[in-house]
Design a protein around this ligand. Structure first.
Ligand SMILES: C[S@@+](CC[C@H](N)C(=O)[O-])C[C@H]1O[C@@H](n2cnc3c(N)ncnc32)[C@H](O)[C@@H]1O
Length: 192
């Protein structure tokens, strides 16, 4: 596909309906194994194919996963609630809660930031684990420490026709839990 037709197709993709390649999801999840051992519930704000949840469940069957997407693809895995995440109202979750994973980015990352801020308001998650555009990757959220900040590799995303592409993104993890409270500091996590 020419780069012209690719960029014009992406411009028409108002909901940012592209997906994180499975290997990238797996690498991301594997990095926070030490944290996931303590997680009770995960919320995916914009699940797409829901592979994040599928892979999590394969490693941690006891984690309760809740997935939302405004327009879930027909081939999505498991249950994805058809829901505008930004219209969800306050909700309570059980135990240690993680909010993920790859929200729509919007212009200059504005939409991704809205998803994180709305997720904090609605769920007050203990952990936020998100792929965000580089330009907002240093954003801080009150009460949370930035404990992981890692640039994504090239070709981490795919559009529904199978074309992979790159976008300058970072995997971030913010936590309002002190991991000193647990028996060990999670492996593979850079503390501040
Ligand atoms: C960049 S894709 C990522 C999908 C998936 N998280 C992944 O990593 O493969 C963003 C997803 O957000 C969904 N989306 C867009 N606006 C939304 C909204 N207001 N509420 C919930 N989902 C939304 C799109 O349908 C799309 O599936």
């Amino acid at each position: 596909m020419s780069s012209h037709s690719f960029s014009s197709r992406m411009k028409k993709n108002h909901l940012d309906q592209f997906y994180t390649i499975e290997k990238c999801v797996e690498n991301a999840v594997d990095q926070i194994d030490g944290i996931l051992q303590h997680v009770t519930t995960t919320i995916d704000s914009s699940a797409g194919t829901n592979y994040f949840c599928k892979y999590l469940k394969s490693k941690y069957p006891n984690i309760k996963t809740i997935s939302y997407d405004i327009d879930p693809p027909i081939n999505c895995e498991g249950q994805v609630h058809k829901q505008d995440f930004l219209k969800l109202s306050k909700s309570q979750t059980n135990g240690v809660t993680l909010l993920g994973f790859n929200p729509p980015f919007g212009y200059r990352g504005v939409q991704a930031k809205k998803f994180i801020e709305h997720g904090i308001k609605v769920f007050y998650p203990d952990i936020i684990f998100m792929i965000v555009p580089n330009m907002i990757s240093q954003s801080r959220y009150s009460g949370y420490d930035l404990i992981l900040h890692e640039k994504l590799r090239a070709n981490s995303f795919v559009i529904p026709d199978g074309t992979t592409f790159s976008f300058k993104c970072t995997l971030v993890c913010h936590s309002r839990i002190s991991f000193d409270a647990f028996t060990s500091i999670p492996p593979n996590v850079q503390t501040k």
